[in-house]
Design a protein around this ligand. Structure first.
Ligand SMILES: [Zn+2]
Length: 349
């Protein structure tokens, strides 16, 4: 019996040194074991039988024990495999190499960095108006890497717009502003998705246009649209960054009643009577003013989306360009506001 056991040990250890897989070594030992059992069953009494142990029953018991141990180990390995967490597929890199370089000045910043840039890329932002405020808003949001931008404007480009609406070009006079703005954004950053809507934001269809957006920026030029957008954004729980201008002054705020801050109607309950606030087509507007106010709107958007710093939520910034004075005042939800209920709306999940 001892020579056979020695043969088993030799197969196992010499095989291991020769890097023979354990399964093959076990197979070979199994074949030898079966041959021994067969020999003991068939051979007549004699020297060879004695050398093999004399009785097949010892080998059958030994084989049974070995089979039990091996079976137990196999069952244990299967259980371990099943209970192990699934190996996750390696996620595709979020930014292509060209994007990493493009956004490198953001990626370097502690307040933005990779996570902030990823939030910008994942964001869906609607910009209402591709005019004076919309120009810097669209350009900076595109440049900053906001992943999906919808720009809404039903107007065409007039030569009188070009004094301040810097997203458009002289060659585009007569063409729709939304398409011109979209082309400029795509030319600036081919890594983003831009959707132009050549339409006027009306009561019907506006809610659908707003749906699926995380943030709305209002650069519209009339009170009716401003109140409509505020109401729809508040209803949908979408934060609204609003900008407005007079010839020399501008104001910016972030209205987010779903998260406890004032809405536009809390601060400006009623539109001024028609004719009391002249449009810029009547009163004019200093060329860089929409650039200043629109850039502040884009800055608020980047901060809101990345979570950097303190936004203008709950505050209203007023800039007097003629005297270069800026003031920031606190604004609170107004009790009984017909739009947001004065901060009692339930936050969207
Ligand atoms: Zn309100």
């Amino acid at each position: 019996m001892i020579p056979v056991l020695a043969a088993f040990a030799a197969i196992w250890f010499i095989g291991r040194i020769m890097a023979v897989p354990a399964r093959q070594r076990l197979g070979l030992i199994g074949v030898l074991w079966a041959a021994v059992v067969l020999a003991l069953l068939l051979l007549p009494e004699g020297g060879l039988r004695q050398a093999l142990g004399g009785d097949a029953r010892y080998w059958l018991v030994l084989g049974g024990l070995a089979a039990t141990v091996l079976g137990y180990r196999a069952a244990l390995a299967t259980l371990r495999r099943r209970s192990a967490p699934p190996v996750e597929a390696t996620p595709a890199p979020l930014f292509r190499e060209a994007e990493v370089n493009r956004y490198s000045r953001h990626l370097l910043m502690r307040e933005i960095g990779g996570p902030g840039q990823a939030r910008l890329k994942a964001a869906r932002v609607l910009v209402l108006g591709a005019g004076g405020l919309g120009s810097p808003v669209c350009l900076y949001l595109a440049a900053a890497g906001v992943g999906r931008i919808t720009v809404v404007d039903d107007d065409g480009i007039d030569s009188s717009n070009l004094q301040r609406q810097i997203i458009h070009r002289d060659a585009g006079i007569g063409s729709p502003k939304a398409l011109s703005a979209a082309a400029a954004m795509r030319a600036l950053n081919p890594f983003i998705e831009v959707t132009p809507l050549v339409t006027r934001l009306e009561e019907s269809g506006a809610a659908a246009a707003l749906a699926d957006h995380d943030l709305v920026l209002d650069g519209s030029d009339n009170f009716a649209t401003r109140y409509l957008l505020n109401r729809l954004a508040a209803q949908a729980g979408i934060p609204l960054i609003s900008g407005a201008m007079t010839p020399w002054e501008g104001q910016v705020s972030l209205f987010d009643p779903a998260r406890g801050t004032a809405c536009y109607a809390c601060v400006f309950p009623e539109a001024p009577p028609p004719g009391t606030v002249p449009a810029c087509s009547e009163a004019g507007v200093a060329a860089p003013l929409p650039g200043i106010i629109g850039s502040m709107m884009a800055m608020e958007a980047v901060k809101h989306l990345t979570g950097a710093g303190q936004t203008l939520a709950g505050r209203l910034l007023m800039h007097d360009a003629l005297n270069c004075e800026t003031r920031v005042i606190k604004v609170k939800p107004r009790a009984g506001c017909p739009v947001c209920g004065g901060g009692v709306t339930v936050a969207r999940a």
